[in-house]
Design a protein around this ligand. Structure first.
Ligand code: S3P
Length: 425
C-alpha cells in the first residue's frame, strides 16, 4: 500500500465499534443467562477470534454484521472445547478468557499467532495462580500457549505492577467465580469497560480510586449493548485532521470514557483545534462527535496517569509530534514494548527512516518536531496500529511512503484505507 502527500482531508467518519467493549460483550454475554444483543459490534479479526473461541465452547453466537446475538448459557454453561482455542492476534482474548477459564471444570489450551506467543502472560498467571488457578505456559517461557485446568478459586487482593485493563479484567472475571471478594489495585486507573459492563450484567463491582472490587456472582443476565465508536480507531482521523493542511473532519459517535480519552487532552495541549459535540451516554459509556480542523501544533509532555488513557494512540501521537514545533517527551510508557510489536523501537526506526528527529528512551521517546519528513518503506511488523499510523504520516511527507504488511489493519479496522481515501475526494 502506497501513500503520498494529501492536499486536504474533508468529510465525516463513522468510527467502527470499540474493540475492548465488543470483546467484553461476547465474553460476558456467553456466561450470562439469556440473549445479549450487541449492536455496532466491531467486525475486526480480534473480535472475530473472541466469537470463535466461545462458539468452540458451545455458545450459539449469531453474527449478523450489524448486530451480534449471543445466546448465553450461564456462568457454568461453557463446554470443554475439542481443540486448543485460537485467540489469533488478540491479547484481550487470551488474558480475559484466562480469567474465565481458570474457574471452569475442564482443561483447555489457549494459543494464537506468532505475535501473541511472544507477549507476556506472567502478569495474569501470577494473580490467577494466587487465586488457586492451575495455569501453565506450555513452553515455560511465560507466554502462550497456556494450559488452564479449571479449579475452585479464592478471592484475593492483588496489587498490579502495571496499569493494565487486561490484567485487571482477568482477575475480576476470575473473582466472579471465587469464594469471596476480589480486588485489584493498579498504579494508575486503566480502562474501566469491564467494571461498567459487568455492573449492567448484574455483578457487584465497585471502584475506590485505582482499586476495583468484585463480589462472587451466582448469575449474570443478558443485555442489549450499543458499542460506541472506538476512540483508538478515531485517533487516526483526529490526528490526520490536525496534521494535513486545509482539513476538517467530523468523527461521529466516538466513545469518550475518561479512561480512554487522553488523546483529546494531548491534542488540545498541543494546540489542536478540536471540538467535542453532542455528548451523550449509552450503557454507562459517554460518547460524542469530534470535530477536528488543521492546526499549528507545538510539543508537549505525555506521562504518568495519562499514559493508560492513550496507550494505543501513542504511535499516532508520536508521529504527529514530528509535525509539532519544539520538543515532545513521552515517558512512563514502557508498556509500549509489549504490545503487538515493540512500539517504541518500531516507531523510532520507521520515523527515523522518514527523516524525523526522534530518540528512543528507556520508557518512551523524545521527538524534536518541525523537520520535514520524506517517504520511506515502512515495515508494519504486522502491527495494525503501526500500519495505520504510517498511512496517515505518509499523507504529510514528501514523496512516496510504502507500507509493508498493510493488510494487518483488519485486526481492528477493516475499512480503514477506504475511509481514509474517502476523505481525500
Ligand atoms: C485492552 C487493554 C490495553 C490495550 C489493548 C486493549 C483491553 O492493554 O492496549 O489494546 O481491551 O482491555 P493492557 O491492558 O495490556 O494495557
Amino acid at each position: 500500500m502506497k501513500f503520498t502527500r494529501a492536499k486536504r482531508l474533508h468529510g465525516e467518519v463513522a468510527a467502527p465499534g470499540d474493540k475492548s467493549i465488543s470483546h467484553r460483550g461476547v465474553m460476558f454475554g456467553s456466561i450470562a443467562n439469556g440473549t445479549t444483543e450487541i449492536r455496532h459490534y466491531l467486525q475486526g479479526a480480534d473480535c472475530l477470534s473472541t466469537i470463535s473461541c466461545f462458539r468452540n465452547m458451545g455458545i450459539d453466537i449469531e453474527n449478523r454484521g450489524d448486530a451480534v446475538l449471543v445466546h448465553g448459557k450461564g456462568m457454568r454453561g461453557l463446554a470443554c472445547p475439542r481443540a486448543p482455542l485460537d485467540c489469533g492476534n488478540s491479547g484481550t482474548t487470551v488474558r480475559l478468557l484466562s480469567g474465565i477459564l481458570a474457574a471452569q471444570n475442564f482443561k483447555v489450551t489457549l494459543t494464537g499467532d506468532a505475535s501473541i506467543q511472544k507477549r507476556p502472560m506472567k502478569r495474569i498467571m501470577e494473580p490467577l495462580t494466587l487465586m488457586g488457578a492451575c495455569i501453565k505456559s506450555i513452553r515455560g517461557n511465560g507466554c502462550a500457549p497456556l494450559e488452564i485446568t479449571g479449579s475452585p478459586l479464592r478471592g484475593i487482593h492483588y496489587t498490579s505492577a502495571v496499569a493494565s485493563a487486561q490484567v485487571k479484567s482477568a482477575i475480576l472475571l476470575a473473582g466472579l467465580y471465587a469464594d469471596g471478594q476480589t480486588s485489584v489495585t493498579e498504579p494508575y486507573l486503566s480502562r474501566n469497560h469491564s467494571e461498567i459492563m459487568l455492573k449492567h450484567f448484574g455483578a457487584h463491582v465497585h471502584t475506590e480510586g485505582t482499586t476495583a472490587v468484585i463480589s462472587p456472582a451466582q448469575e449474570l443476565h443478558g443485555n442489549l449493548i450499543h458499542v460506541p465508536g472506538d476512540i483508538s480507531s478515531a485517533a487516526y482521523f483526529i490526528c490526520a485532521g490536525l496534521m494535513v493542511p486545509n482539513s476538517e473532519i467530523l468523527i461521529k459517535n466516538v466513545g469518550i470514557n475518561p479512561t480512554r480519552a487522553g488523546i483529546l487532552q494531548v491534542c488540545q495541549s498541543m494546540g489542536g483545534r478540536i471540538s467535542v459535540l453532542n455528548e451523550t451516554w449509552d450503557f454507562g459509556e459517554p460518547t460524542a462527535d469530534i470535530l477536528v480542523r488543521s492546526s499549528s501544533l507545538h510539543g508537549t509532555v505525555i506521562e504518568g496517569s495519562l499514559i493508560p488513557a492513550l496507550i494505543d494512540e501513542l504511535p499516532m501521537i508520536a508521529a504527529m509530534a514530528c509535525f509539532a514545533d519544539g520538543k515532545t517527551v513521552i515517558r512512563n510508557a514502557g508498556e509500549l514494548k509489549v504490545k503487538e510489536s515493540n512500539r517504541i523501537e518500531v516507531m523510532v526506526q520507521n520515523l527515523s527512516a522518514m527523516g524525523a528527529d526522534v530518540a528512543e528512551t528507556e520508557d518512551g521517546m523524545i521527538i524534536h518536531g518541525g523537520k520535514p519528513l520524506h517517504g520511506a518503506v515502512i515495515d508494519s511488523r504486522l502491527d495494525h496500529r503501526i500500519a495505520m499510523t504510517f498511512a496517515v504520516t505518509g499523507l504529510c511527507a514528501e514523496g512516496e511512503t510504502q507500507i509493508l504488511g498493510a493488510e494487518c489493519v483488519k485486526i481492528s479496522y477493516p475499512e480503514f484505507y477506504e475511509t481514509l481515501e474517502n476523505l481525500m475526494r
